[in-house]
Design a protein around this ligand. Structure first.
Ligand SMILES: Cc1cc2nc3c(=O)[nH]c(=O)nc-3n(C[C@H](O)[C@H](O)[C@H](O)COP(=O)(O)OP(=O)(O)OC[C@H]3O[C@@H](n4cnc5c(N)ncnc54)[C@H](O)[C@@H]3O)c2cc1C
Length: 355
């Protein structure tokens, strides 16, 4: 049986849930298809976000940090943030967004994996046929909606692996380790949850497993197997993130910080823009490729396009300096880290409002 709606969203992560909420609030019938049987699981995130994530219930904030320590071998420097960064319960965050979306009338269908298109309908692994006047791809870094719509995602794919480790940690300090042995091209992180627990993980373009084992050995810490997670992240700037009747949002649109690879804040910003774009198209019943580009692509690029470019530059800069360990010491001695703390914004969105 075919099920019709105004907005059909593939992916029940933060981007799909937030976009769905904005569309449904305007009175349009919205359905989200999520392949997993539970929202927020598996939990694939370190959960480090800036204040721009907006208001959250207190129980979702597990820790607050104000210092980032950049390490390379024995060299390091610290950058202090005037505003604390939050370490959040990511599964709880997704569930909170889902509750809000349900309250606004969004229908979330779990265990529905989209496998293709047939006769204008999205087809799921359970044999469901769904049709929306507009289709939103919020299905992450390996988006099937992007593939079906001919919207090419960049080839920059990184693999992440993270565990929850027990040890002794500084509760207000996040460590970023740039040693090539831990990551070929990005970094490893230690994000404290408390004085005795931390999320320890890394991103790399090759096999992350031997590198994580080495990292844990070097840090001399053990991990609780239950907390082991792995996923991929894609970064870069997509040429197009919309086409006729289709838009991509969040990781599917590579709306991810190219330096830290965090995506939750940009997802929050772009979901609102995607929600507005979808409602504008639905209200006018007009979905041409040019119109979608005008009301969606150009708006999100104006908002975070500059930040994406800055992030890419920062990424290139660190990939150069990590080859020169003394540069980390020089940064500390010359006081450049103090300057960085004043001028750098964790989301590269200085002067932008909180969304
Ligand atoms: C290890 C790791 C650590 C991270 N740490 C941070 C961090 O500290 N801070 C931060 O800001 N960001 C972090 N990120 C990035 C962050 O998790 C993403 O940017 C964020 O999840 C993007 O949300 P999204 O909704 O766009 O995509 P996703 O969260 O990936 O959601 C996509 C959803 O679509 C579903 N889906 C996919 N394909 C289909 C299909 N065919 N049919 C139906 N459903 C489908 C998936 O099951 C998933 O639920 C991290 C990522 C990883 C992997």
């Amino acid at each position: 049986m075919r099920i019709d709606c105004d907005a059909l969203i593939v992916g029940g992560g933060p981007s799909g849930l937030s976009t769905g909420l904005f569309i449904s609030k305007k009175g349009f019938k919205t359905i989200i298809l999520e392949e997993h049987n539970e929202v927020g699981r598996p939990e694939q995130c370190a959960g480090l976000v800036s204040w721009r994530i907006g208001w959250l219930p207190q129980h979702l904030v597990l820790n607050k940090v104000d210092t980032a320590r950049f390490c390379l071998g024995k060299e390091s420097f610290e950058v202090y943030s005037k505003k604390e960064m939050l370490v959040i319960d990511r599964a709880g965050y997704d569930k909170y967004l889902a509750e809000n979306a349900l309250t606004e009338g969004v229908e979330i269908r779990l265990g529905e994996r989209v496998v293709g298109l047939k006769e204008g309908c999205v087809v799921t692994s359970k044999g469901g046929h769904y049709s929306g006047r507009i289709l939103v791809g919020a299905d992450g870094p390996n988006s099937i909606v992007a593939r079906l719509a001919g919207l090419k995602q960049p080839n920059n794919l990184l693999f992440a692996l993270q565990c929850v480790a027990n040890g002794v940690f500084e509760q207000d300090v996040v460590e970023l380790r740039f040693d090539p042995e831990f990551s070929r091209d990005v970094f490893a992180w230690v994000i404290p949850l408390s004085r005795s627990k931390a999320r320890v993980g890394l991103l790399t373009s090759d096999n992350p497993w031997p590198r994580l084992r080495l990292l844990l050995k070097r840090l001399n810490i053990g991990y609780s197997c239950g907390g082991l997670i792995g996923d991929s992240i894609r970064f870069g700037i997509m040429r197009r993130t919309s086409s006729r009747r289709v838009i991509l949002v969040g990781d599917a649109a590579c709306q991810v910080k190219p330096f830290s690879l965090g995506g939750l804040v940009y997802s929050r910003i772009c979901s609102r823009i995607a929600g507005d774009a979808c409602t504008a198209a639905l209200e006018r019943n007009f979905f041409s490729e040019d119109f979608m580009a005008e009301i969606y692509d150009s708006v999100w690029r104006k908002t975070i396009g500059g930040a994406l470019k800055k992030g890419l530059r920062m990424r290139r800069f660190f990939n150069t300096v990590r080859r020169i360990p003394v540069s980390f010491t020089l940064t500390r001695i010359l006081g450049l880290s103090l300057l960085a703390g004043r001028v750098l914004d964790p989301d590269f969105l200085r002067n932008s409002p909180v969304y």
